[in-house]
Design a protein. Structure first.
Length: 550
């Protein structure tokens, strides 16, 4: 339950701090006094969007802090899942900075707005005047019937499964589109792949082929120059090898006389050995060189094939062609993979559909069983609220479509008077009737939900007299299971509150400010008397006020 609320620098509120009690409390005040400001502040605490217009002083930050006693509401798991610090006396603080930025804290730990909104759903139900008409919307009608049917957990499971189902359907559509495009390109990709495979490409082979081609293409020229080099080396008496041997012999002779020449002898000896080795290799090369026109032609064809493929694919190396070949192989194989994936996801979708249908059937059966229970409870409460001839017909029809909460469509049909036909609730119920029906549904839901607090914002619109007394009695009954706060203009309801708060405006330093205070017994008598007779109090109004309070 909400135990206290403090507001600083928000709208017409400079500084406000107020404690709340359990049970049934009422809030009164003149129109425009600032009751909506209180609801706006609570809305911010519960995660609504904020803007700079909320700040009373634009250069100071706005701080709203609400304290909640959550010891009885089993919220440990929610705090654990959302990585929040659980405290039985939980404090939610919202700050709006002059820059326009907003911050939120739960037990002094920063949280985002989504987390705050999700936590708020477990703490307070704020029923504003415009929400009365929402009762005629199917979504809210399902919330009521599912609460009585005990469908909440089942509906959440269905919703989660439906998300998976829709994601799988979207994935299947993407795969089918991908397969369609792949099939269009399949023939061309196969043609390109066959070309590359037929070329029998080997990484690094292009350089070897080009070297071999150049060698075979210039075999006569190479052979001529090798033989010329051999001739210069071996021709007597002027061949290089002969002259080197003569030099070696001369140095050998003088090295025997002086050790000074030994290094020179060793070096020339090394030169002779190296040169002799070069000659041997030159002779071997000369012997290997053969004119082979057929091999030359084959290599040329191979190179021309490579050059054509490189031009077609706009690359310069065999390695790049091999990379393209690998990609084409993947594309060709991907068609088979896509078909396998499609079959798998189609099977998954069929299984999910089966599971969704089973859950939807169970949800529908529970709703059908809950319908007479809800109808009976509504009629009992509405009879207390001065509608003894009211009749309800709740029609639930199973369809083949998947909705977020099952496969049903719902209609709340209503008749307020004997002899009149049923009609859609939103079309045939008056404003006062809608207020009473909404209160009846909230009273029923109070028995099924574990919500700590509900705030009614002028739910008594369109009613008066004895009906107002009955509405107050119902809210008092609700307060045995939860904290109930009612913002009201009716003295009959204001008098029934365990605590009575008054919202009022005053002017201080030429500034209009809103304040909220708890009325003591004497102030409460005067407030209710004024609600009965206006600003000019009469003895009868005061006596009537005392009678209402008693």
């Amino acid at each position: 339950m909400l135990t206290s609320l403090s507001i600083k620098n928000f709208a017409l509120i400079e500084q406000l701090s107020i404690d709340f009690s359990d049970g049934f409390s009422t809030i009164t005040g003149e129109t425009g006094a600032g009751k909506s400001i209180l609801l706006g502040a609570l809305g911010l605490v519960l995660g609504k969007r904020a803007d700079l217009t909320s700040l009373k002083h634009k250069d100071e930050k706005c701080v709203i802090e609400a304290h909640f006693d959550i010891s009885k509401y089993q919220l440990h798991s929610f705090f654990e899942v959302n990585d929040m610090d659980y405290e039985e006396q939980t404090i939610i603080r919202r700050e709006i900075l002059p820059s326009g930025k907003s911050r939120a804290f739960v037990n002094d730990s920063p949280v985002n707005l989504q987390e705050l909104q999700e936590l708020g759903l477990f703490l307070i139900d704020i029923h504003s005047q415009n929400q009365t008409q929402e009762l005629s919307e199917a979504t809210n009608q399902f919330v009521i019937i599912d609460a009585i049917a005990g469908n909440q957990a089942l509906v959440l499971e269905f919703e989660s499964l439906l998300k998976t189902y829709k994601n799988d359907k979207n994935h299947l559509s993407s795969l089918l589109l991908e397969l369609k495009e792949a099939n269009k390109e399949q023939d061309y990709n196969m043609f390109l792949l066959d070309e590359l495979v037929a070329a029998k490409l080997i990484a690094g082979s292009q350089e070897d082929l080009e070297n071999t081609f150049e060698q075979l293409n210039n075999v006569e020229f190479i052979k001529e120059n090798i033989e010329k080099a051999i001739a210069f080396a071996e021709t007597e008496p002027i061949g290089v090898i002969q002259n080197l041997k003569e030099i070696k012999s001369s140095l050998q002779k003088i090295a025997a006389i002086s050790k000074e020449f030994e290094p020179l002898y060793e070096r020339i000896n090394s030169v002779v050995i190296e040169f002799d080795d070069i000659l041997t290799e030159l002779n071997q090369c000369s012997e290997k060189l053969l004119d082979d026109p057929k091999k030359l032609e084959l290599i040329n064809e191979k190179l021309q094939s490579i050059y054509l493929l490189q031009k077609k694919h706009q690359v310069k190396t065999v390695d790049e062609l091999l990379f393209i070949q690998k990609k084409l192989e993947s594309k060709v194989l991907s068609v088979d993979d896509l078909e396998i994936q499609i079959k798998k996801i189609e099977a998954t979708i069929l299984n999910t559909e089966k599971e969704l249908d089973e859950k939807a059937t169970l949800i529908h059966e529970n709703r059908m069983n809950a319908t007479p229970v809800l109808t009976d409870k509504l009629l009992q409460i509405l009879e207390q609220l001065g509608m003894p001839n009211a009749r309800f017909s709740i029609e639930i029809e199973a369809t083949t479509n998947y909705f977020t909460n099952g496969k049903d469509i719902i209609q709340f049909l209503f008749s307020a008077n004997k002899g009149s036909d049923f009609g859609l609730l939103k079309k045939v119920a008056s404003g006062g009737e809608m207020s009473r029906i909404m209160l009846a549904t909230k009273a029923i839901l109070a028995d099924y939900s574990k919500l700590p607090t509900i705030i009614f914002d002028e739910i008594d619109t369109g009613v008066s007299g004895e009906i107002a007394n009955k509405m107050a009695a119902i809210m008092s009954q609700m307060s045995q299971n939860m904290q109930v706060l009612s913002i009201t203009h009716l003295p009959q309801i204001a008098a029934k509150g365990k605590m009575h708060y008054k919202v009022f405006k005053y002017v201080s330093n030429n500034q209009t400010q809103t304040e909220l205070k708890i009325l003591n017994p004497e102030e409460r008598v005067i407030e209710i008397a004024e609600m009965l007779s206006g600003a000019v109090l009469s003895d009868s109004a005061i006596n009537h006020a005392k009678a209402l309070l008693n």
